[in-house]
Design a protein around this ligand. Sequence first.
Ligand code: NAP
Length: 372
Amino acid sequence: MNEDTNTLVHDVVIVGSGVAGLSAAVYAARADLEPLVLEGPEPGGQLTLTTDVENFLGFPEGVGGMELIQRGKEQAGRFGAEFVHGTVEDVTLDDRPLELSLSNGEKLRTRALIVATGASARLVGAENEDELMGYGVSTCATCDGAFHRGDDVLVIGGGDSAMEEALFLTKFADSVTIVHRRDELRASEVMAERARDHDAVSFRWNTELLEIQGSQDEGVTGATLVSHPDGYPKQKLEASAAHGDVADQAAKTRDAGEVERETVDVGGIFYGVGHVPNTDFLEETPVELADTGHVETREGMTTETTVEGVFAAGDVMDPDYRQAITSAGTGSMAALDAENWLDKRAAEREVATEQDQHAEPDAAPIEVDASD
Ligand code: NAP
């Protein structure tokens, strides 16, 4: 960032450098908007943690997630997008231009903002999870799998991420057990079949991770699992602890009584239980968020949020599709929406200036904020 940081007003700042942010950057840069892209705590986003991407159009043999991101960054840079490291802590969206406060104390001002902050790995809330995260508990098999050569490992979750993590871990681990809280996978059939067909992969149905054993010195040594024939065993335990009427309480107690506990020896635990959108910095702003934390966009095919000049793209606004290709799509839409909005604002300013020039000499001047 240069010394003009405090006075310079950007046309577009893009927060996030995953596939949505990069796609927005390519489009905005090609529209001569000279976008500034803020690379946050996870530059490149979730794709940098994945292995092969097999369903991104145009790559019949698949493409590495990291490679796709690096190429996207190169492409955006070629058209003039600028990349800087910085995490947004706070945003002021009531005034124009919009103002972003970064964790390093710097401030950025921009006419339009594209939020492409993606989503981060969800945790399961097992006992000792925080203490052992990074010491045998991981949310990223591609990052940490190689530390588990010859181990027996668990993968928690029943979606595509869990299947992908499990399959990747078979390269290193002796055995991989997928622990899923019900008896039906959420994963796509193709991914589920690959996991089911792999000799080193097995499943624990209707089971959840309650507690992790180990220490930061010796890593993970074991896990306590709970299971119930109807699934969701942790809910059953939690429900029995909450107070209800007598009949209700009896049913809950019976349910909880059917929960079985087992401690297994494992050397690693990988979470593949989905993601939560990174929208903490928007919580106190007029940008409307859904109950899930996702940014709400206006009705219809648009990336406009409830605040003029603020657009959202990728996993941060998409609770349903969450694909690399759809993120690239909404990223491009956000840049086009921002460009149209900036053009409209510029045209409105021009008209206001013209009216001002032709106004009666004693009429009050029409206010135009030159920075907006
Ligand atoms: P997901 O589809 O939301 O699946 C999350 C899984 O974790 C579900 O099975 C869920 O159980 C389980 N889960 C959630 N919270 C839990 C908790 N607290 N304790 C235990 N289990 C919990 O998330 P995802 O697998 O990350 O996939 C996200 C999107 O990315 C999907 O659209 C997927 O298709 C896509 N994706 C694609 C690929 C690929 O094609 N190669 C790879 C990865 C991801 P329930 O089923 O009971 O809800």
